[in-house]
Structure formats: C-alpha cells, structure tokens
Unconditional design. Structure first.
Lengths: 237, 237
DNA sequence: TGTGACAATGTTGTATACGATTATGTTTCA
DNA sequence: TGAAACATAATCGTATACAACATTGTCACA
C-alpha cells in the first residue's frame, strides 16, 4: 500500500469533528505532491483504515475531491485519482489565462509589505525544496504561490476557482510534463514578485500571462494519448 | 412545510441509484426558482422525508450544494440556504465579468444553426414564463441562457464555473434585487442572440459585458445589511 | 423578579449492517 | 483447448443505530 501518512502529526489537536475535511486535505496533499498518481484507486475501506475513520467520512471526502475533479467516481466501481484528458488540460490553462493575469493586476494594486515578505519567503521555500530534491513539494509550493496572489487580490470567489484550477494543474503536470525545462521556471515567480512589490499592475498582469504560456508550452499536449489512461489498452502498441 | 415536490414526476424511471443527485437537483431548482428563500433551514430529516430517502443521501446532496455555496453548513447546527454578503455579491459579478464576455466571444466563433434555434426557443420560454407570472421560473431560465452560451463555447471547465456563479447570482438576486427594472432585461438576451447568430464575436463580448453591468446596477449593493442576515441582531437598531 | 444551573429535546456526526452491483475464479461442455 | 456459465469474493449504495453536540425550557436561589 502507498504511504499516505506523510510524517506530519496529522493534526490530532484541533480535531473534534472535521474528520472528513482532514481526510480530504491529506488526500489532496498527497495528490498535489504526486505521492498519489493519476489513476490510483482510492478504496473506501483502505483509505478509512489508513486514517482510522469509517467509510462514511471517507465517502464525504471523496465526494468533495470529486467535485474539484481531483478524483473520479465511477458508479459501483470506486474512486480513482483523476486523469485529465488533453482537452481538459487545455481548458484548465485557458481558464487560468482568463483569471490569473487580471488577478495579478488586482494583487499589485492591493499588496502590502507583509504580503511581499511572505511571498519572498515562499519563493525561498520553493528553491529550498528544489535543492533538496523534493520536486513534488516544490510543485505544491509553486501552486500555493499563485493562490497567495489571488488571496492578496482579495477576491475570495476567484481565489476558490484558481485553487481548483491549480489542483487540477498538478494532475496535468503529473501526466503531461516533459522534462526538458529543468529550471522549473521559478525565475518567473521572482519577476512577478518584483512587479508586485513595485505596484506595477500592468507588468504583473503581463508577467502572469506569459508565465502561464510558458507553463503550457512545457507540457506535451499533442493529441497522442488523448484518450484517458485506462490504458491497459495503451499497451496495444 | 414548504412544498418542494414541484409537480414534475421526479424521474422515477432512470433512477437506480443517483438518489443524492436527484435530491441535489431538486433542492437546487427550488433555490433557483426562489421557492426556498435565503436563510431557510434544510433539516436532514425533513428533506429526507420529503423525498423519501434517508439522511445519508440528503447529507451527500447538502454537501454538494455547500461546495457550490448554495447552502451553508454550520457544524452541528444544520444546513441553511446561503445568504451571500454584499461583498460576496460583488465578487460573484466581478468573476462573471471576467469569464462571460470572453466566453460569449468564443461562443460566437463556434455557434451552429442548431444552437441558434435552441437559444431562440429558450428566449421564448423566458418571455412566456414572465407573461404567465412566474418570475422565479423566468429567472431560472435566464440563468440557463448564460450557461447555454458557455456550452456553445465548448469550454466545459469555464462552463462549470459559470454554472456555479449563476446559481449564486440567483441567491444574490433574491436578496438584493430592487424592483425598479421591470423589463427583466430580456432584450439583452435578444441582442446577444443576434450577435451570436451573425458570428460577431466583438459585439457578443461587448454586449455580454454591458449586460452584466446592467445586472449589477439593478441590485442594491450599498453596504447597509453588509453583515449577513443572521440578524436577529439586525433588529438591534 | 432576574440570573444561573440543570434537565429535556431535537439535530447532527459517525459507525456499522445489509442488500445490490461488479469483478474474479472455477467449472463444465463443446 | 477454448469459451460460456456459474459460483465466489470484493466493493459500493443506502438505511439504520447510537453517540456527541447544541438548543430550549424549567427550576432553584439570590
């Protein structure tokens, strides 16, 4: 079985109920950090055993994740980590291109000193994770950077959308990333930070736009394997 | 108790399971048509009794609706139809302004003859509902018009977001609508249809943008009552 | 009469049980 | 030997049961 406990104390302190939210967060993190691969089966009994809860709460967590399209529920067949299609991948990044540049502009107009220092430390964490050979964690932090910008823009609703899109982006990257770009484009985040720090909304919007384009171009979204990877069939070649 | 059965046969034919989805759809429709007011309590036992299912499936439905922000779940206290704050209302329409105009443009570029006739009939239904004195139903149809445009644009992901936003808009309108504009702005939909039919993406984008602005301006979003309507406290004035 | 503690009631959170569906393994017959 | 049919096992969908929590009503006491 895959290890899902990830070291952390799993927050037994603040837990009264919210059991399903805890399970959901743990599963989401495991997906974000690529410890759970697309297509992995999430049996209710098994997950429940791992976290010491009943199927009831696991079901609730899985339904939440399914709503965010991180897992796919097949009727009477179980829950599986989602496998976004190429088309879905394109759509996710189109949606991000629609939402994030303008949000970056708003963020530049509302950013505070505290935000800047937080972002700066965030980027340091990213670099540290990369240097320590934890690409999964680095990727997760990289996503959080985008979410942080939405938070700074003070747009809770759009922040929620971006949160969903970034979660799905994590799956997309797991499926379609091509290794070539090794730098993990973290310079883009530095540039964005500078634009925000100087309050330059135009520049922030433009940087975010091109950053997203870079991201898409680092993916291999040719229509090969367009059909989802239920590929026992993919072996027929 | 409020009547939720709404006449329709409630689809006993296609039902094997999917019971929770049926309950969710029924509740969502009741909210969209303003048969359920913001703040209304949705007791699990009560809802279960209405639809003849157990609390288990009601809970699943309520959690889905909570994820869409149509209902609010208070821990150990139950589910209530959401009451968007003024701030939330603004954010919802800002998000719509970000997503829908560009989506209308895409729709204009991809619309088919069949789409046009479907939209045309849709508008007729809207007018009919208005004439027959069913403003709730007219409002619901009006929302579906927007969703239909997103569908035509062939952007499933963005369509999902727009669907959520329109559902919340329905609540916002229930709370903040001011009666003045009587025409219910349905001419805007006619104009949009024409722009789509002629494939004029620029015009469609522009019309959608101003349509949304009109919608916002028909709301009363002054910060009075900015705090949510848990207002037994609101009576302290 | 007003305030605080306590009991009663109702509702939600979670676990478990059972029927239904799907997947798997074995057997049998051509 | 191969394929179809059946039996078996595993997993999910739903209902029900019980415990935990919140709310409300009542009573005692200052």
């Amino acid at each position: 079985m895959m290890d899902l406990s990830n070291g952390r104390p799993a927050g037994k302190e603040a837990v009264k109920d919210a059991a399903s939210e805890r399970v959901m967060a743990e599963l989401a993190l495991a997906i974000h950090e690529h410890r759970l691969q697309p297509g992995a089966k999430l049996s209710e009994d098994e997950v429940g055993a791992v976290y010491g809860v009943s199927r009831t709460v696991v079901r609730a967590a899985l339904q939440q994740l399914a709503h965010d399209r991180l897992v796919e529920l097949r009727r009477n067949r179980g829950a599986y980590v989602a496998q976004p299609s190429v088309r879905e991948a394109r759509e996710v990044f189109e949606a991000r291109a629609l939402l994030e540049p303008r949000t970056a502009r708003s963020a530049a107009e509302r950013v505070t000193e505290a935000d800047i220092t937080a972002l700066r430390r965030h980027i340091e964490d990213e670099h540290a994770a990369l240097d320590m050979g934890e690409p999964g964690r680095a990727l997760h932090l990289s996503g959080l950077f985008h979410i942080e910008i939405a938070r700074i823009a003070q747009q809770d609703t759009i922040e929620d959308f971006i949160r969903q899109l970034i979660a799905r982006s994590s799956l997309i990257i797991a499926l379609y990333w091509q290794r070539r770009t090794a730098l993990c484009e973290s310079h883009a985040h530095d540039a964005l930070l500078n634009a925000l720090a100087s309050g330059n909304g135009d520049l922030a919007e433009e940087l975010m736009k091109s950053h997203l384009l870079d991201l898409v171009s680092s993916l291999d979204l040719r229509n090969v394997n367009s059909a989802p990877r239920t590929l026992q069939e993919a072996l027929g070649g």
